[in-house]
Design a protein. Structure first.
Length: 166
């Protein structure tokens, strides 16, 4: 299953000249889903937002921080799937080249994993499917479901930085 490929916009977001937005490495290195220090007693204080327009500190922030400091900014909401961070394709496809990255459907939404995940081990169903897959991530070797090149945005970034393409 292939997806629409969108080239990243030519803008000041590319801080390295490599075609990689300057905010991508910060996104991939950020810890999400911690309680917000600014809103400790509030109900929706889980830090699962990331602004691609400013260098917010901390990089992950909650719903309340967004409404106070990022109302006119482009903000990505990070979600969780099996204890791993994911982002909806619809939130990043216009600002990031996601070509070659395996997508998954989780809760009716197409998502991408932010970073590499451990390969399934043992004799379970996931391990059996992984062993039978003819497709593998070019960076970490993780078995892929479809003919994509990378299992995550992080693996694509490694390839882009190493080889200058993705």
């Amino acid at each position: 299953m292939m997806m629409r490929r969108v080239a990243p916009p030519a803008s000041e977001d590319d801080s390295s000249g490599s075609g990689v937005p300057g905010w991508l490495e910060a996104l991939l290195g950020t810890r999400f889903f911690l309680a917000c220090a600014a809103h400790p007693g509030s109900p929706r204080n889980e830090c699962n937002m990331f602004c691609i327009d400013c260098r917010a500190t901390p990089a992950a922030f909650c719903y309340y921080c967004r409404s106070h400091r990022h109302t006119s900014h482009r903000v990505i909401q990070i979600r969780r799937s099996s204890y791993h961070d994911v982002v909806r394709v619809t939130e990043v496809e216009d600002v990031l080249d996601i070509a070659g990255v395996q997508t998954y459907v989780i809760n009716s939404a197409r998502v991408l994993f932010l970073n590499e995940r451990p390969q399934p081990r043992g004799a379970g169903a996931a391990a059996g499917k992984a062993a039978a897959s003819p497709y593998n991530c070019e960076i970490c070797g993780r078995a892929l479901l479809d003919p994509f090149r990378f299992c995550s945005l992080g693996c694509k970034l490694v390839d882009t930085k190493t080889h200058g393409h993705g």
